[in-house]
Design a protein around this ligand. Structure first.
Ligand SMILES: [Zn+2]
Ligand SMILES: [Zn+2]
Length: 362
């Protein structure tokens, strides 16, 4: 079968490899080099990949030096929808013929974090499509516990948003957003767009989006954000002041970094109202720092800065959201490509000329 293999050092190669089969496997752990997660043949499921999508993390993996770790030699792609073609003898949650979405983060289920509703912090985890084989291929084998069957009538081009949306949903839940709150979202890439939808669903009074790219601002508009700002051409602070000033103070209730630029966290500290909340959702280069952050602001404004990584338990909720008729993230799909054209897809994403690029293995 055809597959896109990560070879290390920024190289992705299309290769013909053997179709995977159900067999006892060991997957390299994410944080503990040289240690493995064992998954027995009985608990595995073989999937025919129906559609996959390119994530910003894939680009980070393919950067030199890489912005994200990955195991060389694996099939890349951690966002995919599949159809079950074979199941192990102990598998109960899915059956042959089911269409499924994939939670790519395989957690141990036994550690302190896994057992205290913080599984995204599991130190023994591994990830399909990053540390072991994923979805840029015709077939994939995954542990059954990572799979969630989707309703028969759910379009796969809606279901493909499952994985990134679970992450956004996790971050959003941690913010404890209240009806009528206002929100400022930094970035209108795919993640920023998901936050616009979640904010609207949560009854936001006003959704502000700050995005330098004109191409991306158009998508924020399509999703009906209320105030869309070009931070390079307009004065973000003045616009927030103008729109939120009341009773002697101004600011949004919540700000979300959906772009991964450290400076926006610093800006957010000025743009949220006293008592406001900031999600540091965007994954930033670990060596990038916001210059001169005053934590006195955090103290005096009693700000809450909330980290969020991957997801703990938002899978079922996310499927429910995707089945809503008023949620149609499909309009974010700018490119539909074949697996053969994956390099072109990566390039479009890199140049910021795509929002969501979906990949069809055949
Ligand atoms: Zn991703
Ligand atoms: Zn664990």
């Amino acid at each position: 079968m055809k597959a896109a293999i990560f070879e290390g050092k920024g190289i992705l190669t299309l290769k013909d490899i053997l179709e995977p089969k159900l067999e006892d496997r060991k997957f390299p752990k994410k944080y503990k080099k040289g240690e493995f997660v064992f998954v027995g043949k009985d608990e595995q499921v073989k999937l025919k990949v129906l559609v996959a999508s390119i994530c910003g993390t894939d680009l980070h993996i393919l950067n030199v030096p890489p912005g994200h770790d990955a195991t060389p030699g694996i099939v890349l792609g951690h966002e995919y929808v599949g159809e079950v073609t074979e199941i192990g003898s102990r598998v109960k949650n899915v059956k042959v013929g089911d269409r499924v979405v994939v939670d790519p983060n395989i957690k141990c289920g036994m550690c302190y974090f896994c057992r205290n509703d913080m599984a995204s912090l599991c130190r023994d985890m591994t990830t399909l499509g990053i540390f072991c084989d994923g979805g840029f291929a015709e077939y994939n084998v995954a542990p059954a516990k990572q799979l969630f069957a989707i309703p028969k009538d759910l379009d796969i081009e809606k279901a493909i948003f499952f994985e990134p949306l679970t992450c956004a949903t996790h971050a959003w839940s941690k913010l404890n957003f209240k009806l009528g709150d206002s929100v400022l979202i930094f970035g209108a890439g795919p993640m920023g767009c998901y936050f616009i939808e979640l904010a609207r669903l949560s009854g936001a009074s006003k959704i502000f989006v700050s995005e330098p790219s004109e191409f991306r601002r158009k998508f924020a508009k399509k999703l009906k954000a209320d105030v869309i700002i070009s931070p390079e051409r307009e004065n973000l602070l003045e616009i927030i002041k103008l729109n939120t000033f009341k009773n002697g103070f101004f600011g949004v209730d919540v700000a979300v970094d959906a772009c991964g630029i450290p400076e926006v966290i610093k800006q957010a500290m000025d743009l949220v109202k006293p008592g406001g909340k900031i999600s540091t959702f965007g994954e930033q280069n670990i060596n990038a720092f916001a210059d001169k952050v005053s934590f006195t602001k955090v103290t005096q404004k009693e700000l809450q800065i909330i980290g969020s990584y991957a997801t703990t338990r938002s899978a079922d909720q996310t499927i429910n959201i995707l089945t809503r008729s008023d949620i149609n993230l499909k309009k974010l799909i700018t490119h539909r490509i074949k697996l053969d054209e994956i390099h072109k897809g990566m390039e479009l994403m890199r140049k910021g000329e795509a929002i969501e690029s979906v990949v069809y293995p055949k």
